[in-house]
Write a protein that binds this ligand. Structure first.
Ligand code: NAI
Length: 307
């Protein structure tokens, strides 16, 4: 009888309607994987142009997914695509998009003030039960959540996806001290539903993956700074000697050197991490100052000639 009581009070709320705010690289990916899993998705950005950009990202990526699932059947590929895309609607009105949301995932610009303002507005517009989540990589989830009401902070977590979202299996579910266990469970269940493997971690700089990856990549830059090895040799060493799919230098070019610098500079300021792990690195600062930001700018540690 005790058991029956326990299970009947812990009501699992199934997440069906997801609002994704920010139709950039990450938001588009999150919207896509949710739509592929038959969740109803509303994708939000500030302009129609940004929404179009997001839809283009999804369009390209979902073709690849459909092909992989049905390699020899074009009709089935198209059916899969239509079926998923039918689950996505778009709008520039974030408050309206909050009204029916069971979950709101934010993937806008990495700026604490802008994120806080957005969540403050959403808090007023969303129903009581709506779970709020941020895809932030480097900011404190607790601090972002502090812009919302006490009640909402209990339903506010980090939901940290990895680029490219459709391919990367991990999602870090970030717990603040206020997060309710049931909300964590709801997010874990939804993560599995959209094909991801969730891990749980506390709200600390970099969570798990970036806490380990960023200092490692900065240390790789320091090897270059000291002239101890070439970028090619560092990358080859880590791929063939440590089993990494990408070396740290090519990975940095993929992530974006401005992003690397932004994260390291930010953590140096906010603390919570051993300072020697994030001391400035000359070669990184120089490349960013020169506008060599990695793949996206055509040049970083390596050159990426336009095809
Ligand atoms: P992005 O620059 O590709 O996209 C951001 C989008 O948000 C843009 O379309 C922009 O118009 C929109 N936006 C900005 N302010 C807005 C607002 N107030 N309301 C609605 N839309 C707004 O950025 P990206 O790379 O997708 O990153 C988004 C978030 O995801 C950031 O917090 C970032 O730290 C995080 N993240 C990024 C990863 C990456 O590899 N790029 C990996 C994991 C997390």
């Amino acid at each position: 009888a005790v058991r029956a009581f326990a299970t009947s009070t812990i009501q699992q709320k199934e997440i069906k309607n997801v609002t994704v705010i920010g139709a950039g690289l990450m938001g588009a990916g999150i919207a896509q994987v949710a739509a592929q899993a038959q969740l109803k998705v509303t994708l939000v950005d500030t302009t129609e142009k940004a929404l179009e950009n997001g839809q283009n990202i999804i369009g390209t990526s979902i073709k690849r997914v459909a092909k992989k699932l049905n390699p020899d059947d074009q009709a089935k590929q198209q059916e899969y695509i239509d079926n998923a895309l039918n689950n996505i609607s778009t709008t520039v009105d974030s408050k309206a998009a909050a009204k029916d949301a069971d979950l709101i995932v934010e993937a806008i610009v990495e700026n604490i003030k802008v994120k806080q303002q957005l969540f403050k507005d959403l808090d007023a517009a969303a129903p009581e039960h709506t779970i709020f989540a941020s895809n932030t990589s480097s900011l404190s989830v607790t601090e972002i959540a502090s812009a919302t009401s006490e009640a909402r902070q209990k339903q506010f977590a980090g939901l940290h996806f990895f680029n490219p979202v459709p391919a990367m299996k991990l999602v870090e579910i970030v717990r603040t001290d206020k997060l309710q266990e049931q909300v964590f469970e709801d997010l874990a269940q939804m993560s599995k539903k959209i094909g991801k493997s969730p891990v749980s971690c506390k709200d600390t700089p970099g969570f798990i993956v970036n806490r380990l990856l960023v200092p490692y990549m900065l240390e790789a830059f320091r090897i270059l700074d000291r002239g101890e090895a070439s970028p090619q040799d560092v990358d080859t060493a880590m791929k063939l000697g440590a089993g990494m799919p990408m070396g740290p230098i090519e990975l940095a070019d993929f992530v974006g050197l401005d992003t690397m610098k932004f994260i390291a500079d930010g953590w140096r300021e906010t603390g919570g991490i051993e300072p020697s792990l994030v001391t400035p690195v000359k070669v990184l600062d120089e490349l960013v100052a020169e506008g060599r930001l990695g793949r996206k700018s055509g040049k970083g540690f390596y050159d990426y000639p336009k095809k």
